[in-house]
Design a protein around this ligand. Structure first.
Ligand code: NAP
Length: 475
């Protein structure tokens, strides 16, 4: 952690003990530091204090909350370089991408600082002459969140910022593999003026225990989860008993489609960005490519050439595009999917050679069939399986042939086809001639087993608000 200039961002580092959590660098395996964990009793105390803090916070003005959130946004941007470095050290993504995530994460704070000032209710034309009807929006109360390792900052700010702007308090559990940048961001929140009890992170060696405490608590009124569908569905079930409000941002299996009328240069650039960002470890990464027969040779020639240019290495080194994957399990899972695809008849068109440590070579597979595991499962690695197609009907059927429904992408210049395909794709988000679509100004989220609820956009703050109907009689 020697590279970090603002050492105030590292206040969480502690001496190792039996209860502390060790955080390592996936690029080198080196131990970065230890941080404290919280016991069940300590987490329960944090929840109770959070409820007290929320009672005061909800009575502040939206303008006051906005100004503090804006301070927080400014501090993230001023510390972009250090936050990016901490993220690359613990998560592995290239430094430029990590700094990009800091700016992306900060953008949600800036956005919701504004949105919080526009939490409007309605006046409703009454059904009788002696009544007046109105709705007001109120914060849900204490909000909690559990987030994954692939976006250690943005997944926290995308939830904490709307919660705080709405007047909620917030308790988050970052992934145990990448808690450092989340803690650094929360430290900046305190510097910005956010009361400590209002915004807290907790970690424990048992994520299951933290999940159970959050779900079973009657004080916590909301759980927002980003992670795998398997864990998400378990948390939905656990929240049933306390009838907690829940939002779920879960796994994806994004199709990336190149039609015969596509701008091939743009499609190649989009496919590279969408497939290989964060070494393929994003929920909206292109998981499977469909290329029309008539442009297949042209697209594949350019695509493989572009993949050849990608440089693998430590994310802190200049010019690196592909960092390590998160851990040995992830690496083995990706390699198994490649091996199984080859066994099922796919051809290794590029890559696939073994690499040291946690690195996986960018790989392209051709002669891929719809039924193969690599098409049906979320790969979460730098591997692109490519399928040829002929008709729009066949394409739409195969693109929708998955339990997931997060993001989809297609490249076409035919306006009729663009409307038809956009509407036919059963996904929460569709990129049309774009490979990177996430932004704080638009609603992010999925359908089917990719979850429910939306983050960002005008929808994001609604996840932290209850609508109260007021009926004034005798007037
Ligand atoms: P994961 O295993 O579901 O973990 C996500 C979070 O849940 C981590 O903080 C993890 O803690 C925690 N967790 C694990 N088991 C738990 C349990 N039984 N009870 C409570 N919490 C538990 O997912 P992942 O493998 O880290 O992340 C990758 C997945 O996230 C992919 O499927 C990806 O598509 C999805 N994702 C979705 C979005 C989206 O917006 N839709 C965005 C990013 C990622 P520990 O890590 O500490 O164990």
């Amino acid at each position: 952690m020697k590279e970090i200039k603002n050492t105030a961002l590292l206040v969480f580092i502690c001496e190792p003990s039996e209860t502390t959590l060790a955080v390592t660098n996936p690029a080198s395996g080196e131990l970065l530091c230890h941080i404290p964990t919280q016991t069940e009793e300590e987490i329960n105390t944090i929840i109770e204090r959070s409820a007290k803090a929320q009672k005061e916070w909800k009575n502040t003005t939206a303008k006051h909350r906005s100004s503090i959130l804006n301070n927080w946004y400014q501090l993230l941007m001023e510390n972009q370089d250090d936050l990016g470095r901490i993220m690359t050290l613990e998560q592995g993504k290239p430094l430029a991408e990590a700094k990009g995530e800091v700016a992306y994460g900060a953008s949600f704070i800036e956005w919701f600082a504004e949105e919080g000032k526009r939490v409007y209710g309605d006046t409703i034309p009454a059904h009788t002459g002696d009544r007046r009807l109105m709705t007001i929006k109120q914060p849900v109360g204490v909000a909690s969140a559990i987030t994954p390792w692939n976006f250690p900052i943005a997944m926290i700010t995308r939830k904490a910022a709307p919660a705080l702007a709405a007047g909620c308090s917030f308790i988050g559990k970052p992934a145990n593999q990448t808690p450092l940048s989340a803690y650094a961001v929360v430290e900046l929140a305190y510097q910005a003026g956010i009361p400590k009890d209002l915004l807290r992170l907790v970690v424990n060696h048992s994520s299951r225990l933290v999940g159970e405490i959050f779900c079973n608590s009657t004080t916590i009124r909301k759980l927002s989860f980003t992670g795998s569908t398997a864990v998400g569905s378990q948390l939905i079930a656990q929240c049933a008993e306390t009838v907690k409000r829940v939002s779920m941002e879960l796994g994806g299996n994004a199709p990336f489609v190149v039609f015969d009328d596509a701008d091939i240069d743009a499609a190649v650039a989009g496919a590279i960005a969408s497939k290989f960002r964060n070494a393929g470890q994003t929920c909206v990464c292109a998981n499977r490519l469909y290329v029309h027969d008539d442009v297949y040779d042209q697209f594949m020639g350019q695509f493989i050439e572009a993949v050849r240019q990608l440089k693998i290495g430590n994310g802190l080194d200049e010019g690196v595009n592909i960092g390590p994957v998160i851990d040995q399990n992830a690496k083995e899972g990706i390699n198994k999917l490649i091996a199984k695809a080859v066994e099922q008849g796919a051809t290794l068109a590029y890559g696939g050679s073994p690499r040291e440590g946690l690195f996986v070579e960018p790989t392209v597979l051709t002669d891929v069939e719809q039924s193969m595991d690599i098409v049906q499962e979320e790969i979460f690695g730098p591997v692109a399986p490519v399928i040829r197609f002929r008709t729009d009907e066949e394409l739409i059927q195969n693109a929708n042939d998955t339990v997931y429904g997060l993001a989809a992408y297609f490249y076409s210049r035919d306006i009729g086809r663009i409307f038809k395909v956009s509407e036919a794709l059963e996904y929460g988000m569709v990129g049309i001639n774009e490979g990177i679509i996430s932004t704080e100004v638009a609603p992010f989220g999925g359908v089917k087993q990719s979850g429910f609820g939306r983050e960002g956009g005008k929808e994001g703050i609604e996840e932290y608000l209850d609508t109260k109907y007021l009926c004034y009689g005798g007037v």
